[in-house]
Design a protein around this ligand. Sequence first.
Ligand SMILES: O=P(O)(O)OC[C@H]1O[C@H](OP(=O)(O)OP(=O)(O)O)[C@H](O)[C@@H]1O
Ligand code: HPA
Ligand SMILES: [Mg+2]
Length: 187
Amino acid sequence: MASADPLKRVQLHDKEFVPFLTHEDIHERVKQLGQELHHRLAGSQPTYLVMLKGAFVFAADLIRHSRLNGEVDFVRTSSYHGTETEGKIRMHLAPSPELVAGRDVVLIEDIVDSGYTMQAFLPELEALNPKSITLVTLLHKPESQVVPVNIDLVGFVIPPHFVVGYGLDYNGLGRQLPAIYQLAQDF
Ligand SMILES: O=P(O)(O)OC[C@H]1O[C@H](OP(=O)(O)OP(=O)(O)O)[C@H](O)[C@@H]1O
Ligand code: HPA
Ligand SMILES: [Mg+2]
């Protein structure tokens, strides 16, 4: 995994972030994940369920690389204030039941960190009776995970530092960055 230029730090609100994964690292891995999805779900017309807001950039790339003729739907939850989860998951937008019932659902997350979001959301999704659920996350922080989550595909296993970019935010900022950065004060 190539490391990004250490000189290009970014400032978001009160915090500084240092490069961690380059756009090229991410692009290469997302392409592989798309190909893996293509093989796993060959012959299916899945529903891609995108967890807003964080997963919108990853999902846009992953869906195109998977080359499967599926439908897209969106879910929106939130729980983070600054760099910490509040532990309480708020549901702002629920999935469309008709796009889940009897369908192969590809649930697209940007990150599984504490696991609280998936712990709260997966039972709600299962209650809508999908044919199958394939959980894909770009990033996974196993050392930060508090509750167990069954993840089917992981882009990068990363250390327990707060990250931004490629859809992920710090208090709303940083989602537009093409690369991924880690919180500088963690080093
Ligand atoms: O495993 P967890 O500790 O629950 O963290 C993962 C969740 O946290 C982030 O969402 P957030 O609540 O920040 O909302 P956002 O996607 O709108 O930024 C991220 O997008 C995941 O959905
Ligand atoms: O490290 C993170 N960065 C941004 N959002 C997040 N949501 C959970 N963990 C993170
Ligand atoms: Mg967030």
